[in-house]
Write a protein that binds this ligand. Structure first.
Ligand SMILES: C[S@@+](CC[C@H](N)C(=O)[O-])C[C@H]1O[C@@H](n2cnc3c(N)ncnc32)[C@H](O)[C@@H]1O
Length: 219
């Protein structure tokens, strides 16, 4: 998935991944992370997710990263948040009260930007990448997350040969192989969500599991 793919999706507003409500797993499992209210939370590949509003409502400072300027502008406009824009290196920083969105490629973010985060939230970021890029993303995420910082990861898994991604299937075995070298991994839950996903039902995907993991960056 090169940047052009995503720019076109946003331009044509083909954003089936965007949820019109806060992710239920976020509401269910975020409190278990015990994050202090004013912690800074990193949201990679954030889109215009309302999950960032939920995190801000918990008292957190939210720092998102998103390739598409359209997504970022829509986020602030749709949530009626006045914002300011500042350019730094090759990125633009859009900021409102508790929310700062870095517009640009996650692979080129300076590590100093996330040095003070206290948590992170990945929904539809890891599963947005095909296999080879997913491994690069895992390495980049590990670099951006400081030691001892925890986060919530939400994934989907299904038989990959039944549907062309994104979203791409990510199994528990994949997480064990590619994320466990960097993170302590705890599976919080795994549920069958096929019935709530008509796109998968229509394509006759036989099963679809959504899982939530707690990840803590190893020292
Ligand atoms: C599947 S969407 C998920 C968005 C959001 N997490 C959500 O739950 O709605 C993936 C997002 O990642 C963005 N993206 C893709 N490649 C990126 C990159 N290299 N750096 C930053 N953002 C990227 C896309 O523009 C898209 O908005």
């Amino acid at each position: 998935m090169d940047p052009q793919f995503w720019h076109e999706k946003w331009q044509m507003q083909q954003i089936g991944f965007h949820q019109p409500q806060v992710n239920p797993f976020l509401i269910r499992f975020w409190p278990e992370l015990g994050m202090a209210a004013n912690s800074k939370i990193f949201v990679p590949l954030c889109g215009k997710s309302l999950d960032m509003c939920y995190l801000a409502e918990q008292g957190h400072q939210v720092q998102g990263c998103e390739l598409s300027q359209t997504a970022i502008e829509q986020f602030f406009e749709e949530n009626q948040l006045p914002f300011q824009v500042e350019s730094k290196h090759q990125h633009q920083f859009f900021s409102a009260d508790q929310i700062e969105l870095i517009q640009g490629d996650i692979f080129t973010i300076d590590l100093s930007e996330t040095a003070d985060i206290r948590g992170f939230y990945d929904r539809a970021a890891l599963i947005a990448w095909p296999e080879t890029m997913r491994q690069q993303y895992a390495t980049t995420l590990a670099k951006l997350i400081p030691a001892n910082v925890s986060g919530l990861l939400i994934t989907l898994d299904y038989p990959q040969d039944t549907l062309k991604g994104p979203p791409f299937a990510v199994s528990q075995e994949w997480i064990e192989q590619y994320l466990a070298p960097y993170f302590e991994v705890t599976l919080l839950c795994c549920e069958d969500v096929l019935a709530e996903n008509p796109r998968f039902v229509n394509k006759q995907v036989p099963w679809l599991n959504e899982a939530a993991y707690r990840l803590t960056r190893k020292v």
